[in-house]
Design a protein around this ligand. Structure first.
Ligand code: NAP
Length: 235
């Protein structure tokens, strides 16, 4: 059976991805920073819950250890946990520190901790949940729908996550592990502040399709790429 670990899967896109992967027959381990929210999500899906606060190295390592003890390996790691504090008024260097702690350092810490488990898989897959808002090409293109959006800490954190996606894909090129970044579109979740759910066009259930697609890539699939539902996204 294929084993997946998803960070930030208590709600939103992470939860919807867990549901889609479960429907595809994958055994999903829900990572959640809050034990009760994680257990509730896991119970709703018939999945497993493990506490994992990606900003806390001890918590991340304990989560990897718990998964190792139960399963001995992981086939799919989805680095989904993410925040956008600028949508809630955060500003300046504090916004950068807070955002990077989750969106970049959290993904790096989780990948480091789970890499030995992914190496035990015959076909490891890492999916970094990024955003077209981290695309430098889009940020600097006046014709882009993202041109007017200025949340520099969030955008820089996703650009950095895109960069490590390329780096990891090259570092792991001699293994079966594939590493890709995805943009799920603009999704009806709590990420973008109180008005986001009403404004965003895409339900999490639909947005989870691209995450699931990259998580279930076959051996001929790409690595080191950046994708949305329509295909490749410009870096
Ligand atoms: P969301 O509904 O706010 O969910 C975020 C998830 O991340 C929650 O489960 C949250 O847990 C978890 N989380 C936050 N900090 C964490 C930490 N330190 N450790 C572990 N989990 C943590 O937002 P979402 O839209 O589903 O976001 C999921 C991913 O999609 C993010 O990486 C985001 O950047 C990306 N994304 C979203 C959109 C969009 O339009 N929504 C667009 C592009 C990319 P709690 O339940 O404990 O808060």
């Amino acid at each position: 059976m294929t084993i997946a670990f998803i960070t930030g899967a208590s709600k939103g896109l992470g939860y919807a991805t867990a549901a889609r992967l479960s429907d595809a027959g994958v055994h999903v381990v829900i990572g959640a920073r809050d034990a009760s929210r994680g257990e509730a999500a896991a119970a709703a899906l018939g999945a497993e819950g493990v506490v994992c606060d990606v900003t806390d190295d001890l918590s991340v390592r304990a989560a990897a250890e718990a998964v190792r003890a139960r399963h001995g390996r992981v086939d799919i790691l989805v680095n989904n946990a993410g925040i956008l504090p600028e949508a809630f008024g955060a500003d300046g260097v504090d916004a950068f520190r807070e955002t990077f702690a989750t969106n970049l350092f959290g993904a790096v810490a989780t990948t480091e901790a789970f890499l030995p488990l992914l190496r035990e898989s015959p076909a490891g897959r890492i999916v970094n949940v990024s955003s077209t808002m981290g695309s430098l090409a889009d940020q600097s293109d006046p014709a882009s729908g993202y041109y007017g959006l200025i949340v520099p800490a969030y955008q820089a954190s996703k650009a950095a996550l895109n960069s490590v996606t390329v780096g990891w894909s090259k570092a792991l090129a001699d293994t079966p592990i594939k590493v890709n970044a995805v943009c799920p579109g603009w999704v009806q979740t709590d990420l973008g502040g109180p008005d986001n759910r009403a404004a965003a066009p895409t339900p999490p259930e639909a947005a989870a399709e691209i995450v699931t697609r990259l998580a279930l890539l076959d051996k001929d699939g790409p690595t080191g790429g950046f994708f949305d539902v329509a295909g490749r996204v410009r870096w």
